[in-house]
Design a protein around this ligand. Structure first.
Ligand code: SF4
Ligand code: SF4
Length: 416
């Protein structure tokens, strides 16, 4: 852990009300300031205790504290370094180790994830009926059974999608692991929207995982391997801009150069800087509209994914894009800056806390009276949909910004 980054914290406490774990439990050591204090103790020689590791594990990595901090403390870097230290030094219980191994051998591998679609065809109803029994055996397995969505039909994306009308740009597109396996319809909508807005879209078939999951979980070596492969895939594709539609992936790719700099790899830092990563909403707002918007009579609540709002600062662009659809009424969700509890793998490793946050978010989403929830991160989509089901309220469909724009640009009148 970098002592200079730790010393940037002046202990003012401005970040406390924005921290979901502090909001839930009111414990100083489960606040950003408390965790930074623990990091300092460790750097100054206190060995990493189980209790300390517990407070670090309980952090969602949502980066709400980075947004809130007036002193510019790089909590994102600090927690990344801390997690790597925890993985090196902390001996986990065998069940925890086994679960982590399962998750890290599955989620960053698109092929393995796609193979999961087969057992998922077991039916969401049956899986969810089994969840209470699994809960007694292992709450994390119950969370997995409950969260996984109904598998979507197979979507084959071409390597290249031609621009509709005058070509305004050529961009690469990241398909992602969870997005590609569970929400291929979002990728298809993304490619169509970009094409209808005048972009030629290049989709390299062998892109793999961007490294978000290992990077945010204290596995930097695996993350760096994946980052190199991703940069190389888009270099080979001949693009200098990559559009990303999953918040967690986008924020990781935007950090590549800094990650390579951190390990003293100047060559790859330079290569990463040469391929610009941009979020879909950010890119479309920058490009400006070319295609005609058709009406969509919908009341839409927009959910801020933490890795989009806090980590990338993308808040206004998706709202502006949605609000520009004729007939669409945008509604704000109270406490929008507080995490829904998904946070990558948090809802698998810390299912109880994630559930509390999910329930809190579902309540606020339902209070908007919207008939569609829009979320730009697959993890949030699964987490909030599951919490709404649990609430017993009438389900509200969840779509990605890309799907709303796709429906409007194609004049479908409803979300496909
Ligand atoms: S992280 Fe920032 S906001 Fe929080 S206590 Fe430290 S200086 Fe204050
Ligand atoms: S990243 Fe989120 S959960 Fe972790 S300390 Fe910051 S605000 Fe709290």
């Amino acid at each position: 852990m970098d002592p200079e980054l730790i010393d940037d914290c002046v202990h003012c406490g401005f970040c406390l009300p924005s921290c979901p774990t502090y909001v839930l439990w009111g414990e100083e050591m489960d606040s950003p300031r408390g965790r930074i204090h623990l990091m300092k103790q460790h750097v100054e020689g206190t060995p990493l205790t189980d209790e300390m590791a517990g407070h670090f594990d309980a952090c969602l990595g949502c980066m709400a504290c980075v947004t809130a901090c007036p002193s510019g403390v790089r909590y994102d870097r600090l927690i990344e370094q801390t997690r790597a230290e925890v993985e090196r030094e902390h001996v986990r219980e065998p069940a925890d180790r086994a679960l982590r191994e399962l998750v890290f051998q599955l989620f960053p591998y698109p092929r393995r994830l796609r193979a999961m679609r087969l057992p998922l065809r077991l039916g969401a109803g049956l899986r969810r009926r089994l969840a209470p029994r699994l809960e007694r055996i292992n709450p994390s397995l119950a969370a997995m059974a409950d969260l996984a969505p109904e598998p979507a039909g197979r979507v084959r994306l071409p390597r290249r999608v031609a621009a509709v009308g005058r070509r305004r740009a050529v961009v690469g597109m990241l398909t992602g692991c969870v997005q590609g396996a569970f929400f291929p319809q979002v990728n298809a909508a993304t490619a169509r929207v970009l094409a209808m807005e005048g972009c030629e879209v290049v989709i390299p078939p062998a892109q793999g995982c961007c490294g978000a999951l290992p990077l945010h979980s204290g596995r930097p070596e695996q993350a760096v391997r994946f980052a190199r492969r991703t940069v190389a895939a888009f270099e080979r594709a001949g693009v200098d801009t990559v559009v990303v539609n999953a918040a967690g992936c986008g924020s990781t790719m935007k950090d590549y150069a800094e990650v390579f700099d951190g390990i003293g790899d100047g060559e790859w830092a330079g290569r990463a800087r040469a391929v610009r990563t941009v979020d879909l909403a950010e890119y479309l707002a920058e490009l400006g509209p070319a295609a005609r918007r058709h009406p969509l009579p919908l009341k839409v609540a927009y959910h801020d994914a933490c890795h989009l709002a806090h980590a990338q600062g993308v808040r206004s662009q998706p709202r502006e894009l949605l609000a520009a659809v004729p007939g669409l009424e945008l509604r704000e969700i109270a406490e929008s800056s507080i995490c829904c509890g998904s946070a990558g793998t948090y809802n698998l490793f810390r299912p109880e806390a994630a559930r509390e946050l999910g329930d809190r978010k579902a309540e606020r989403v339902l209070a908007t009276g919207a008939d569609l929830l829009v979320s730009a991160n697959p993890g949030c989509t699964m987490q909030i949909a599951s919490a709404i089901r649990r609430s017993g309220a009438a389900p509200i469909p969840v779509a990605h910004t890309a799907q709303v724009l796709d429906a409007s640009l194609r004049g479908l009148g409803k979300i496909a």
